[in-house]
Design a protein around this ligand. Structure first.
Ligand SMILES: C[C@]12CCc3c(ccc4cc(OS(N)(=O)=O)ccc34)[C@H]1CC[C@@H]2OS(N)(=O)=O
Ligand SMILES: [Zn+2]
Length: 258
């Protein structure tokens, strides 16, 4: 709808309009009826080690929690994956108000926020940076956030946000298990896509969980108190840090459920 077009011209994404030749860009609108049930899709297996959590920082377009990916300690496997992938970081995208904020949509339904857990393939790449350039070097798990009950697990993250209010702020963040942010429902969609911010590389296998997690109004408002700007600059609230929808082109979205 109209606000999406307005956001497409938002300074944050102006450059992306020039990305030409993309055939598998993200995010997309997942049309439930067009998705194809794939009985070969296995359940996704997640084993995160909370002690691999390192720090939380404001990178100027989201807040991000970084993990120690020097060993196979926090990994995912199964699902559509040929082998295991290591957790590198997770971050969120959200709107200025609850009416929008997620990057992906389901039958044009938009959520107030979306969590992305970014993993890389240590079998085909020797580093995260190298994996970014590999065809399917990355796996990003997307989890929708909807307005509802207070999320106790998320609150530990929310309590750290005032310490990373400005761009490039960083604070130690130890012992956090991101699996507490996963919905219990195992159902997901999967499709081949890209990063949703520059460099927009087409190296991502997306796994989008069907069921959202619930967070409360105060928790969403804490996200919206972060800033895009560094200390000393004129303050710009960190909101609407999502990319507009991209064309599906010649892709099929598979579902793990009937
Ligand atoms: C850090 C990097 C630049 C940005 C970037 C990276 C990886 C995954 C990313 C996921 C994002 O979010 S999303 N929504 O899941 O697509 C957004 C940006 C991402 C690498 C790619 C090259 C840079 O790596 S580096 N060290 O400079 O070589
Ligand atoms: Zn993201």
């Amino acid at each position: 709808s109209s606000y999406r077009l307005r956001d497409a011209l938002h300074p944050l994404w102006q450059s992306e309009l020039s990305v030409s030749g993309g055939t598998r860009q993200s995010p997309i609108n997942i049309q439930w009826r067009d998705s194809v049930y794939d009985p070969h899709l296995k359940p996704l297996k997640i084993h995160y080690d909370p002690t691999t959590c390192l720090y939380i920082w404001n990178n100027g377009y989201s807040f991000q929690v970084e993990f120690d990916d020097s060993a196979d300690k926090s990994v995912i496997m199964g699902g559509p994956l040929e082998n295991h992938y290591r957790l590198k970081q997770f971050h969120f995208h959200w709107g200025a108000i609850n009416e929008w904020g997620s990057e992906h949509m389901v039958d044009s339904k938009v959520y107030p926020a979306e969590l992305h857990l970014v993993h890389w393939n240590p079998v085909t790449s020797t580093s995260f940076e190298e994996a970014v350039m590999e065809n399917n070097g990355l796996v990003v798990i997307g989890v929708f956030l909807k307005l509802g009950a207070h999320h106790a697990g998320l609150q530990k993250l929310v309590d750290a946000l005032p310490a990373v209010r400005h761009k490039d702020a960083i604070v130690e963040f130890d012992v956090f298990d991101p699996s507490c942010l996963m919905p219990s429902c195992p159902d997901y969609w999967t499709y081949d896509g890209s990063l949703t911010t520059p460099p927009l590389t087409e190296s991502v296998t997306w796994i989008i969980k069907k069921t959202p997690i619930e967070v409360d109004q105060n928790q969403l408002e804490e996200f919206r108190m972060l800033l895009f700007t560094s200390a000393g600059e004129e303050e710009k609230r960190m909101v609407d840090n999502f990319r507009p929808l991209q064309p599906l082109m010649n892709r099929t979205v598979r579902s793990s459920f009937r």
